[in-house]
Write a protein that binds this ligand. Sequence first.
Ligand SMILES: [Fe+2]
Length: 312
Amino acid sequence: MATPARTEPDFSTIPDLPEDVFTAPLKRPEHVGDDWLEPAQTRYDSEDDAVWNDLFARQMEVLLGRAASAFLAGLEKLDLGRGGVPDFGDLSEELGKLTGWSVVPVPMLIPDHVFFWHLANRRFPAGNFIRTRETFDYIQEPDVFHDVFGHVPMLTDPVYADYMQEYGKAGWKAMHHNRLKALGALYWYTVEFGLLREEEGLRAYGAGILSGPTEAVFAVEAQSPNRIMLNVDRVMRTDYVISDLQPTYFVIESFEDLYRQTVERDFDRLYRNLSPAFTYANSAVIDVDNVVHRGTQEYLLRGGRGSGAKPV
Ligand SMILES: [Fe+2]
């Protein structure tokens, strides 16, 4: 017998986290409330602004011809290169006019259910702090550069903006089925590391690619990684790498296609059929894959980050 579909919450308040759902045990700092929002954005000093400007300049050297046109258009529309860390209030005003989204400051990574709730309300939670010169090349926690430079320009695209909101709503459903890990893989392979097929070739729209100089080149041009057309069911069964370049990237035809694949999916049914663990290794190519490029996996086989392997 089919399980009756749950009624979707209205998301005006934070939906309760089911008791049997495991999420990362994050400790909420005392100065933030249940919404985990900072009372105000950090006041950045001139060194912070200089770090932003240098990161911005470095990315712009590699992104032309590699970033999706919607991303580059978003950078322009929001004038993110005006100098210094952008003010979230100004940014939200601009973005609000374009797609109804806003950018809100959070202290660190926030719990999944709170993150989903903000997305469902078209609010993008962005890390408040900015990296230092010592962590200029790589940071584990997303900072304001990753979040604002990497994610926010894409929110100027109306279809992508809708996808992000739907993702937030889908998070609630995933929690109830205890399949956050599977939905996390979808986020990873689209919002963080997604590629898009454009007329001139493959382009990156994922923030994890766009906010780092090495991966921007590796994801789009290197021989090592697989590039496979996105299939939501397949992606949600696929493991991923957190602290190194990806062995596989998934490619979409268009943001409309991504939106459709996600919104039209019967997630209740999918979650009931998904095992809690991932089925496919992150470097696997399987029978049903529509392969754009079968990677050599040379970078991975040579040991990846830490081994000194070249990202080729
Ligand atoms: Fe991110």
